[in-house]
Design a binder for this molecule. Structure first.
Ligand SMILES: [Zn+2]
Length: 71
């Protein structure tokens, strides 16, 4: 576990999973940005069904419990 001015980083020795948290406890701005973008994509008429499928494939995890067993 280590930290810099803004964030604290943790790494799981069992599976190598890495996570980081803001020291001030605020929501991660990157995660917020992702959520906003996805919401826009769902509603935007310019996004084709094919593009939406691509996004879902990228986010899809066939084994959600395997990598993050203890997280
Ligand atoms: Zn782990």
């Amino acid at each position: 576990m280590y930290r810099d001015e803004e964030r604290e980083y943790r790494e799981c020795v069992k599976c190598g999973f890495e996570d980081s948290l803001r020291l001030d406890g605020r929501p991660d701005p990157e995660e917020l940005q992702t959520r906003v973008n996805q919401e826009r994509d769902d509603k935007a008429p310019s996004v084709s069904e094919q593009e939406r499928d691509s996004i879902q494939v990228i986010n899809f995890d066939p084994n959600p419990g395997q990598k993050r067993r203890d997280h």
